[in-house]
Design a protein around this ligand. Structure first.
Ligand SMILES: [Zn+2]
Length: 265
C-alpha cells in the first residue's frame, strides 16, 4: 500500500465525482454530459475554474451561487466525497491490479444510478446497456471470468423477473421496472453469478427495511414506488468491495435458515 497512490486515487475520485454530478443532473433531462461546461442550474452562468474545485468550492461558497445566491445542493459535495472514498476503497480492496480500474468504473456507474433512481425513479439505458457490454468484455480477461459473467447477466434478468412476477400476482401491479432488470444484468456482467444473487438478496433486505420504514413514516401508503435501483447500487458495491466476508455471512445465514426449518443440522 502506497500513501501516494492512495492520495492520488482519492483526489481522482473527487474530480471524477464532480463529473458524475453533471451526469446525475443531465442524463435524466436528456442533456449532453460533454457540452456545455458546468453552469449554475439556477441562473445559467458558466462556472469559473475556482468554482469547480470538488468539495472545496462548495464549502468556500457556503453552498450558494456567487451571482444569484441560489442554494447549491448538498448532493454535489456528497457525491464527490463518496466517489473519492470509493476510489480509495477500491485500492484497498483490489490493490494495484488490472481489476482496479474496472471496479472504479463500476463504482462510478453505481453512484450515478443510485442518485438518479433516488430522485427520478429511472435507471437510464445510457448507463445500464453499455454497462452490460463493458462488464462482460472485462470479464473475458479478468475475474469473475466470462462464464460466470454470462450466467449472471442472464440470471440478473431472470431472477428479478420471477420476483416481479410474484409481486404482480400478489399486489396486482408492478413493483419493479425494466430498468431494475437491466441494472441487475449489468451488476451480474461485472461481478459474476454468486455475487449478483447476493446483491439481489441484500437489495431486497435493504428495500424491505429502509423502503418499508420510509413508507410507514411517510404514511403515503404503498402507492409510492420504492427506488429499487438505489438499493441495488448499495448492495452491489458492498458485494464488490467485501466479496469474501459477504459470501461467508450469506452462507452462514442460509445454513442457519436451513437448520431453523429443519432441513440441516
Ligand atoms: Zn446562479
Amino acid at each position: 500500500m502506497s500513501v501516494m497512490i492512495a492520495a492520488f486515487l482519492f483526489v481522482l475520485g473527487l474530480i471524477v465525482g464532480s463529473f458524475l454530478n453533471v451526469c446525475i443532473y443531465r442524463l435524466p433531462r436528456d442533456e449532453s454530459v460533454a457540452w456545455p461546461a458546468s453552469r449554475c442550474t439556477s441562473c445559467g452562468r458558466p462556472l469559473s475554474w475556482y468554482e469547480n474545485i470538488p468539495v472545496v468550492s462548495w464549502a468556500v461558497l457556503r453552498g450558494r451561487c456567487r451571482t444569484c445566491g441560489s442554494r447549491i445542493s448538498m448532493q454535489y459535495p456528497i457525491v464527490e466525497l463518496v466517489t473519492g472514498v470509493l476510489f480509495l476503497g477500491a485500492y484497498f480492496a483490489f490493490g494495484l491490479t488490472p481489476l482496479l480500474p474496472v471496479r472504479m468504473l463500476f463504482a462510478c456507474a453505481m453512484v450515478v444510478l443510485f442518485a438518479i433512481d433516488l430522485e427520478h425513479q429511472i435507471l437510464p439505458n445510457e448507463i445500464t446497456l453499455p454497462g452490460i457490454v463493458i462488464g462482460f468484455v472485462c470479464a473475458m480477461f479478468l475475474p469473475p471470468g466470462w462464464r460466470s459473467s454470462l450466467i449472471a447477466l442472464l440470471a440478473g434478468g431472470l431472477f428479478p423477473f420471477l420476483v416481479a412476477e410474484a409481486y404482480l400476482r400478489i399486489r396486482g401491479r408492478e413493483g419493479m421496472g425494466m430498468g431494475d432488470f437491466k441494472m441487475l444484468a449489468m451488476v451480474g456482467a461485472f461481478l459474476g453469478w454468486p455475487l449478483v444473487v447476493l446483491t439481489l438478496v441484500l437489495a431486497c433486505v435493504l428495500g424491505i427495511v429502509i423502503g418499508g420504514g420510509a413508507l410507514l413514516i411517510s404514511r403515503r401508503g404503498m402507492e409510492t414506488r420504492i427506488p429499487f435501483g438505489t438499493f441495488i447500487a448499495v448492495a452491489a458495491l458492498v458485494c464488490a468491495y467485501f466479496e469474501d466476508p459477504a459470501m461467508r455471512a450469506y452462507e452462514r445465514a442460509v445454513l442457519a435458515l436451513l437448520v431453523w426449518v429443519g432441513l440441516a443440522s
